[in-house]
Design a protein around this ligand. Structure first.
Ligand code: HEC
Ligand code: HEC
Length: 226
């Protein structure tokens, strides 16, 4: 008991010194970091199991809980589990080519693929974009999305359905890259639908659609940039 108290006192002292070493904005950053760490620990505990957990190896690129804060990396949170599984298998077999995800997916067992897909599917989706959109781009994107009935497959509010992933709140640059890859035939959709649809989008439509989609609220009122 005494030893625990001593350790606690030493820890409090160290934190005190660390906090004192910062000032102004630094201190704010420190508290943010501390808060993020606590949230992270709570999330790990909530998901059970010993540290480190497999899904944490993805956080460096896809963000904590798959809530990406970087428009280049797709958010995995709230994507349909069947879609995530399909993509991991496609990366592993090189049917979908990615120098990053290919080797990683090949190192996963079928059981791990299922666990990871279930984990990310149940995380709350969060919006990746933070900067406001240009009104012109937004309008052009909205018109193209309505004209091509993207909702028919990607679900009402474009929140994802079955094999068609969530587009709402997904990373802007990531979306534009994927649409360009479908259009060029570099990424193939097993159903063939996306290659035809992307080919019908003009080179001006693609960034507009990406800008519009990335700013559609995910309906969870929680932004990854908070
Ligand atoms: C070093 C960075 C990095 C790490 C670590 C990483 N990924 Fe990825 N991941 C990427 C990139 C980049 C893409 C986009 C590939 C592309 O452009 O097609 C991606 C794409 C994906 C996709 C496709 C998403 C979609 O919307 O189609 C899934 C699923 C995925 N990753 C799962 C994982 C899982 C699960 C882990 C951890 C086991 C992981 N990734 C770790 C970089 C990473
Ligand atoms: C006929 C059904 C269908 C329609 C309509 C459709 N999609 Fe898709 N879309 C899919 C499917 C299925 C996938 C998953 C492809 C795969 O497994 O690689 C997909 C994947 C995507 C992706 C890749 C997302 C990611 O996370 O990597 C983007 C971006 C996309 N669709 C955008 C659109 C846009 C924009 C429209 C409307 C202009 C649209 N889709 C209309 C079926 C459809």
């Amino acid at each position: 008991m005494k030893r625990v108290l001593v350790i606690a006192a030493v820890a409090a002292g160290v934190l005190g010194v660390a906090a004192a070493a910062f000032s102004g904005p630094d201190l704010l950053d420190y508290y943010r970091f501390d808060k993020a760490l606590n949230n992270h620990l709570e999330a790990s505990q909530a998901d059970g199991g010993a540290w480190p957990q497999l899904q944490e190896s993805c956080f460096s690129c896809h963000g904590p809980r798959g809530q990406s804060r970087n428009g280049h990396y797709p958010a995995l949170s709230g994507l349909p589990a069947s879609y995530i599984e399909g993509q991991l298998r496609a990366f592993a077999s090189e049917q979908r080519h990615s120098p990053t995800m290919g080797p990683l997916a090949r190192s996963l067992t079928e059981g791990q693929i299922k666990l990871l897909a279930a984990y990310y599917a149940r995380q709350a989706p969060a919006e990746t974009a933070s900067a406001p959109a240009s009104a012109v781009l937004e309008e052009r994107g909205k018109t193209a999305v309505q004209a091509h009935s993207c909702q028919a497959c990607h679900g009402e509010r474009l929140a994802g359905k079955d094999l068609a992933p969530r587009l709402a709140g997904q990373g802007e640059i990531y979306l534009a890259n994927q649409l360009a890859a479908f259009k060029a035939g570099e990424r193939r959709d097993p159903s063939g639908a996306m290659n035809g649809i992307a080919a019908a989008l003009s080179n001006e439509d693609i960034p507009a659609v990406a800008s519009y989609l990335s700013r559609i609220p995910t309906g969870h009122g929680h932004s990854a940039n908070e």
